[in-house]
Design a protein around this ligand. Structure first.
Ligand code: SD4
Length: 303
């Protein structure tokens, strides 16, 4: 077992890990560490997959999903489809602190954020604009549609529903899921208090209104100071059906080793969705931690 405290997060977002660690060293709470750590990625636009200026949707807009969970009180604050506000996990924290709700969505979440003092600004950047226009003009790949056909000569839609559904093909291999890397973080303090959180700008060229696993408790992340914490990254449309973070924490509660817990969760998903792409990280209250990654080896890079 590793000594506490522990800070773990998805991907190689080292600056986020260090920010969370420093927050603890300076006397901040576990929740502070998660907020500041994930918030660092929102500032740095980690991999273009967290924060503003990434993953434009089919109308060119960047929208954000984030959550934060307190494993002592089991409170969750989350925002989904957040528009025009950069610090999504900061707004999620305000949902815990200033409301009895758990999840706020869309422009209404933006209004809440403004009332909490966050600036209302454009999340579009040169990068997201050019991603959008490249997609619009060249590939126009309908990443997230199935059983539809373009209603015009343009392959990017609008789409109309196929009257006779002839196939139920899993379209994940066409998606850009491997191109976006959510930050998910678990922090366990010296006393064993667990906090977790996520922040992402979701899927590239997603259908407007789409919300992934990241802001959903038990899916994007889960924290319970009597067992441990977990966070997930990858194909959220699939993962949110399986509550992988909740499941990993429950395995650890039963005494399962963290790496094995993550592996069991991933293989359960793979039983139903063999081409699933994603990863789960987890840590228990003794400070042991682990992860497991399901990587599709024959992923064709659409870019
Ligand atoms: C989502 N799970 O919105 C996120 C994306 C992600 O690595 O984690 N990509 O589906």
């Amino acid at each position: 077992a590793t000594a506490l405290p522990v800070v773990i997060n998805t991907w190689a977002f080292r600056k986020a890990t260090e920010t969370a660690w420093r927050t603890l060293q300076l006397g901040g709470s576990e929740l502070d560490a998660v907020e500041k750590g994930c918030g660092q990625c929102e500032i740095d636009q980690c991999d273009g997959s967290v924060g503003y200026g990434g993953s434009p949707d089919e109308s060119g807009e960047t929208t954000l999903d984030a959550m934060i969970m307190d494993g002592n009180t089991m409170e969750v604050g989350a925002v989904a489809d957040l528009r025009h506000v950069k610090n999504a996990i900061g707004v999620a924290r305000k949902v815990i602190e200033h409301t009895k709700h758990t999840l706020l969505v869309g422009e209404s979440a933006s209004l809440f954020a403004v009332r909490m003092g966050f600036p209302y600004e454009d999340l579009t950047t040169q990068r997201s604009l050019s991603m959008y226009s490249r997609w619009l003009n060249q590939s126009c790949q309908p990443n997230y549609w199935k059983n539809v056909v373009p209603d015009s000569s343009k392959s990017c839609g609008p789409y109309k529903r196929l009257e006779k559904v002839s196939f139920e093909e899993e379209t994940i291999s066409q998606r850009n899921v491997h191109n976006h890397d959510t930050i998910g973080m678990v922090v366990i303090g010296k006393s064993g208090t667990v906090a977790s959180g996520t922040s992402t700008n979701g899927g590239v060229h997603k259908i407007p209104g789409r919300v992934g696993d990241s802001p959903i408790a038990g899916a994007g992340s889960y924290a319970d100071s009597t067992a441990g914490g977990a966070a997930a990254t990858g194909d959220g449309d699939t993962m949110m059906r399986f509550l992988p973070s909740y499941q990993a924490v429950e395995y650890m509660r039963m005494g399962t080793d963290p790496t094995v817990a993550c592996q069991k969760v991933i293989s359960r998903i793979q039983k139903h969705v063999p081409k699933f792409f994603g990863a789960v990280i987890c840590a228990n209250t003794t400070g042991s931690y682990g992860m497991y990654l399901a990587q599709q080896t024959n992923f064709a890079d659409p870019d």
